[in-house]
Design a protein around this ligand. Sequence first.
Ligand code: SF4
Length: 337
Amino acid sequence: MIPLNAPHWQTTDWQQQYRDMIRSPEQLWQRLALDPGDRPDIQTALADFPLRVTEAFVAKMQPGDWSDPLLLQILPQAQELNDQPGYSNDPLQEAASNPVPGLIHKYRGRVLMVTTPACAVHCRYCFRRAFPYNDNRASQDDWRAALDYISAHPEINEVILSGGDPLSAPDDYLHQLVDRLAALPQINTLRLHTRLPLVLPARITHGLIDALTRPQLHTVIVVHANHPNEIDSDTVTALLELKRAGFTLLNQSVLLKGVNDCAKTLTSLSKQLFDCGVLPYYLHVLDKVNGAGHFHVDDAKAQQIMQQLLASLPGYLVPRLVREEPGQRSKTPLALR
Ligand code: SF4
């Protein structure tokens, strides 16, 4: 139930909240009582990757705190413009696995459909921050080519809806797409990767659940939570709604310097997710995309954190530490020392 003194944004539907998202640094400074006086350089990073964040996500940040772990995930920083060796615009070389527009085929039994370029938040570490979405618009016209490709590869039994964020698409769009996928007899699993239960929990509606539910499909939702502060009561409600619908819920995080590179934070995240019916799946080391180098955590520290997680959590709450390497047939687990 929405409290009587709820802020305006909380009383509007998800589409309105999406339209009203914060797009200018000035709005963000005002909303979080931040003085940008000592950070004049932030504007320089915006041309490359604009600022986007919902009120629902900003509401989880601590006003006045430049080092808030949620703010750091969306804060443009001048250091994004520093060229770093080993970093590129396409760190996973997805262009080499893009047989038809809007479809990426890297692993044998599954393909990824770029459902929409839109996101309700721009994560500064995103490995697709420079993805050529204009060449990969999966419009309804493009579905035919993608569906024909899947039909011609009978070993594919899982379709992953990604983006952008697939839940940014309207219900009727998703409904039609899932209808088309469910009509392919080889497909038994539908997977969606999304941040919306965290950044726009109002998106989780009965209409959305109807759009995604088919009796012949396992539906797996992978949320991308990086920090326990992302899980407030609205997110708990949204995740429990998805759980009640019978979906399998998993989480994958990216290990981010200054945000979650600490075993205590990740332990708390796993426990809070479990309370909402979500199991930890992957902890990714950073993909080396241009502009994200300031988030890098070295392997030795990542392995040390994992040892601490193993000592403090039951095995089923410990995510697998992995790296994605171009050309490999699966994610690469990092050996623990
Ligand atoms: S695709 Fe995911 S990680 Fe990238 S900006 Fe959108 S929500 Fe963030």
